[in-house]
Design a protein around this ligand. Structure first.
Ligand code: GMT
Length: 376
């Protein structure tokens, strides 16, 4: 099948999912065309089935805002015609589903019918998409997609609760390639921490929704009882305030800020615990990435997180903002070597349920359904 994938190319979860999906589909023989404004961060182009087409938005002084949707929909039309693309798969409703719909309409006028699959990822529904400025356009583009998927049951429920949706939404959870997370070389623990210290990790795009101050506060409580270090991986608006908080709490020698990294598995390899105390999380791909390396997770119990992190098994889940509870549970795992080993194994076992090989056929079925629907 010839498939166009539209996504954000940045370090956000939806871009990672879209990129890994495209790479695996290419391995399975499909011809994949990534269409976005920059080369996706995890995209390796060394596969004849992978193509990347950049969307250019020329600066024009008359425009206060440059019209990206327009450029994207025009690019989609051109690429569909040039390569005979059979299906559009857009990730993140805003503005991709809207641009995809416009492309479909333009193509239809030229006698080309092409189905569009829209995958909802989270903030496109719960935070941004739900804003009155965007809501009518988001409802419209979801209702006019040929097939809609959501990355968790919770996100599907939220979509029905927040929007006037008149169609089915299929749940296809996010996935991980478990075998790719294995690090051959021994983990470089000693480069980061002393022998008696535990290593705790947080990875995100450091936005408000991640509750970065809670990460630091939870760690502050942990380190009072368990010798430990905190690895902060990623970048975003909350990084600087977090650095300040670390300083205020006198933790500078125990907290390392890495910035964005492509060596996530290497970092997770030496981690004992992962913290994700988010305000909301449709799925929590970062938690799954940690679990796939055998790292237990302390997270909040919001959104789709309970579908990924199993309470009392792969980690613990607390109420949003309950720093004391999450710190106590973290200490209970870190201070008991038997419990830590069991939780590490459990985390890996749960992650295997989300292995790419189990999830990929779900997408392929959805594509077949979209093509069939289109032909009816
Ligand atoms: O909020 C982010 O971290 C970025 C955002 C995205 O679209 O890139 O993440 C959302 O999609 C991810 C992939 O499906 C999910 O794993 C995240 O849970 C979700 N974020 C939120 O719901 C806050």
């Amino acid at each position: 099948m010839k498939i166009a994938i539209v996504c954000y190319p940045t370090f956000g979860g939806s871009g990672v999912v879209a990129t890994e999906l495209g790479l695996e589909l290419a391995r399975r023989g499909h011809e994949i065309h990534f269409i976005t404004y920059r080369q996706p961060v995890r995209l390796a182009l060394l596969n004849p089935n992978i193509h990347y087409h950049e969307v250019h938005v020329p600066e024009y002084p008359l425009f206060h805002y440059q019209p990206y949707e327009l450029a994207l929909s025009s690019k989609l039309v051109d690429m569909v015609k040039l390569y005979g693309i059979e299906l559009l798969h857009v990730h993140y409703a805003i503005p991709h589903a809207y641009a995809g719909y416009m492309a479909k309409k333009m193509l239809k006028e030229q006698g080309i019918r092409i189905p569009m699959v829209t995958t909802l990822h989270g903030t496109d529904i719960t935070l941004v998409g739900n804003h009155p400025f965007y809501k009518p356009a988001v409802s419209f583009s979801i209702n006019h997609s040929d097939v809609v998927t959501a990355v968790s049951q919770d996100l599907k429920d939220d979509t029905y609760r927040l929007f006037d949706i008149k169609r089915d939404i299929y749940v296809i959870p996010n996935f991980i390639e478990v075998k790719k997370t294995k690090i051959e070389a021994p983990c470089q623990r000693s480069a980061i921490a002393g022998e008696s210290q535990k290593i705790i990790t947080h990875i995100s795009n450091f936005r408000e929704v991640k509750r970065i101050p809670d990460v630091v506060k939870i760690f502050n409580e942990i380190q009072k009882r368990v010798p430990s270090k905190l690895m902060m991986v990623g970048d975003g608006p909350e990084r600087e305030p977090a650095e300040q908080l670390v300083e205020e709490l006198g933790l500078t020698d125990k907290v390392v800020f890495f910035g964005n990294s492509n060596e996530i598995n290497e970092i997770l390899c030496f981690s004992d615990l992962f913290l994700l105390p988010s305000q909301t999380e449709s799925f929590g791909l970062a938690a799954l990435e940690a679990m796939a390396v055998g790292v237990p997770v302390i997270s909040t119990n919001t959104g789709g997180l309970p579908e990924v992190n199993r309470d009392g098994f792969s980690g613990y889940l607390g109420n949003v903002g309950d720093v004391a509870y999450m710190a106590e549970k973290a200490v209970s795992i870190l201070s008991d070597e038997y419990k830590l080993a069991a939780f590490k194994q459990n985390a890996l076992d749960v992650a295997k349920e989300f292995d790419i090989q189990k999830i990929m056929p779900m997408y392929e079925n959805i594509y077949r359904r979209a093509l069939k629907q289109q032909l009816v």
